[in-house]
Design a protein around this ligand. Structure first.
Ligand SMILES: Cc1cc2nc3c(=O)[nH]c(=O)nc-3n(C[C@H](O)[C@H](O)[C@H](O)COP(=O)(O)OP(=O)(O)OC[C@H]3O[C@@H](n4cnc5c(N)ncnc54)[C@H](O)[C@@H]3O)c2cc1C
Length: 591
């Protein structure tokens, strides 16, 4: 294997970040395209400022869960004339958009979502709420990154290809996206870049042709894991060589270790290949941005992501909706009231409430708990089986607040990747340290997903023990070639307990896990779940599921908004009229 210590070649074309795409990424479209994108749908329906439609009979809807998905659902329904009550078990809104305060006043750590794709529905919603997205999330290829892999250390310069073997890997993925797949010189799957371009076109025929090309990918890869899919694409056995070399075992291992954007695809290598294609097609992995706000002096600065759900809740209340925190919904039931079927909802400590309909805008594990304690036929057997088949992944994050001094004289070292260690990756967030340049930075020293997260959490339940372990990994992996990192690691080890922030999402009582990512072969399950709302017009259904986990883009705020849009548009259509006669894309597409 070539040494990654060789560093990047000096004479290379500008690097465009992970999964560089030679397309104009203008609009977000869900994979099975329709005649409108979500952004079109949102803006043509008036965004947050105008209702999407009007219901014709009075409805009181309970939205369980004040994450971004629940709050967006509630905003859309309230706008259409529903009475809306949001019930949230935690003391605050936000769910997995959670920014915990640090010891340093005014600072925060992002325990959940921290990066946004820029060309997406979420960008429009962020803007509509008075926030903005700040480009250049500190990813490898975007900021200077220290990279350790198999005992070797290299630095990855911004806007340059990655060092060593990773350059081959990057070139191969780029070739796959730009050129598609061929067999004996004959193209068998179209370039993904063309599909993305086609989906962003104006003409319906072009969009449909692109969607058909994407379906061909789904047909080929739907029962494969990411690992199997990667092997079939890059091993040179099933398709012509993609990129500069046929991959060796070392390439496959390195690919799993580095991942794209977040480091460590190994954690998701057993998940569905289609789920990853879905992320690529929807451009979730390129041009990522941090969350921010414009300051009074006109400059942009970072802001805690949780400010978004907080403002969404404030707007909802202003529009006449209710948001009640500290209210855990324990179970549901059905009962006729004056001859009309209603949903009975039990709130811990507050008793029973009656609603026309209930939206469970809570993650699958929380929904399973509520439904297991409920009575009556709230969902069909098929719906319950589908819900039960959703498999939640864990994630852990460990932050340390540090003095700024070491970074001041080493600008451009906000990130290291320990690619084949459980520590995995580290980011430095200079702006989240606190008010007025207080000299403190927040450093995410470990972020791990899936089984590896579970193992870390199990082995090091105490945050100090975990911190010490991670620091040991850093010392072993980063310091072999010189002393540059010693002082930084000493600081990490010296941080007092109150400056260390740890989250294990499996232990969070509201979420019990981080996010759902489709398993191989679950394509149909997700198609059914994400289009369940379509049956609203024909069937009597009173309990609904909303959230990122019920889409094929699980793990993204974008997906929570998409799910809310699908549900709300179908609900308003079923009980009244949609202005513009436009359903959100998944819904209108399936007709
Ligand atoms: C570690 C991590 C990193 C992530 N990184 C990113 C990222 O970088 N970018 C990105 O876009 N997305 C990211 N995500 C995903 C993103 O956070 C979610 O997609 C999004 O926040 C989900 O919103 P939601 O409203 O669907 O669900 P949630 O945010 O989970 O909201 C559900 C709400 O329901 C409440 N609740 C649960 N049970 C009950 C009950 N019985 N009664 C009342 N209330 C209840 C919960 O307290 C919670 O507030 C990340 C998630 C995690 C965990």
């Amino acid at each position: 294997m070539p040494s990654i210590a060789q560093g990047p070649a000096s004479d290379t074309a500008p690097y465009r970040g992970p999964f560089p795409l030679p397309v104009t990424p203008l609009q977000h479209r869900f994979s099975f395209a329709s005649n409108c994108s979500y952004i079109d749908w949102y803006t043509s329906n008036g965004g947050v400022h105008h209702p999407i439609g009007k219901i014709s009979t009075r409805k009181h809807v309970a939205v369980v869960g004040a994450g971004v998905g629940g709050l967006f659902t509630a905003q859309l329904l309230r706008g259409a004339g529903c009475d809306v009550t949001v019930l949230e078990r935690a003391a605050h809104v936000g769910g997995r958009a959670r920014s915990d305060p640090t010891h340093n006043e005014g600072g925060w750590v992002e325990q959940g979502a921290m990066r946004f794709p820029v060309h997406a529905l979420s960008a429009a919603i962020v803007k509509a709420h008075g926030f903005e997205l700040l480009g250049g999330f500190p990813d490898p290829g975007v900021v200077r990154t220290g990279l350790s892999f198999e005992g070797e250390y290299a630095e990855w310069e911004p806007h340059a290809p990655p060092p060593g073997i990773f350059e081959d890997i990057d070139a191969a993925w780029t070739a796959f996206i730009r050129e598609g797949l061929s067999r004996e010189g004959e193209r068998v799957l179209a370039p993904i870049a063309d599909i993305i371009d086609g989906l962003a076109a104006k003409k319906k025929e072009v969009i449909n042709a692109a969607a058909a090309k994407y379906r061909a990918y789904v047909d080929v890869f739907q029962s494969q894991s990411l690992e199997q899919g990667t092997r079939s694409i890059f091993s040179g056995k099933q398709y012509d060589r993609v990129g500069p070399v046929v991959w060796s075992e070392a390439h496959f291992e390195a690919d799993k270790a580095l991942g794209r954007g977040s480091g460590g695809l190994g954690a998701v290598s057993q998940r569905s290949m289609v789920a990853i294609l879905e992320l690529i097609i929807n451009q979730m992995l390129v041009n990522q941005a941090s969350f921010g706000v414009k300051a009074e002096d006109g400059t942009s600065k970072h802001a805690p992501v949780q400010a978004l759900p907080a403002r969404m809740a404030a707007r909802l209340i202003k529009a006449g909706g209710k948001v009640r925190c500290g209210q855990r919904v324990t179970s549901l039931g059905l009962a006729p009231v004056d001859g009309v079927q209603k949903v009975l909802l039990n709130v811990k400590g507050a008793g029973r409430e009656v609603y026309d309909d209930v939206v469970l805008a809570i993650p699958p594990n929380a929904a399973k708990t509520v439904l297991a304690r409920s009575s009556g036929k709230l969902m069909s057997r098929r719906d319950l089986l589908d819900l039960n088949s959703l498999d939640t992944m864990n994630a852990v994050k460990l932050y340390v607040e540090l003095e700024h001094k070491h970074y001041m004289d080493q600008p451009g070292f906000p990130r290291v990747l320990l690619s084949d260690t459980p520590a995995n990756q580290s980011y430095l967030f200079e702006d989240a340290g606190g008010r007025g340049g207080s000299g403190v930075v927040t450093n995410l020293i470990a972020y791990q997903w899936g089984q590896a997260a579970g193992e870390l959490a199990e082995q090091y339940e105490d945050k100090i023990a975990l911190r010490d372990y991670i620091a040991g990994q850093m010392r072993a992996n980063l310091c072999a070639g010189g002393g540059k990192w010693h002082e930084w690691i000493d600081d990490i080890l010296a941080a007092p307990s109150e400056r260390i922030h740890y989250i294990n999402w499996d232990k969070d009582p509201s979420a019990r896990g981080a996010f759902v990512l489709m398993l191989p072969g679950q394509e149909k399950v997700f198609a059914r779940i994400s289009r369940r709302y379509l049956r609203l017009s024909e069937e009597e259904m009173h309990v609904h599921l909303v959230g990122d986990s019920y889409t094929r883009l699980g793990g993204w705020i974008e997906a929570a908004f998409v799910s809310a849009s699908d549900f709300a548009s179908a609900y308003v259509r079923a009980h009244g009229e949609l202005f513009n006669a436009r359903l959100s894309p998944v819904v209108c597409n399936a007709q």
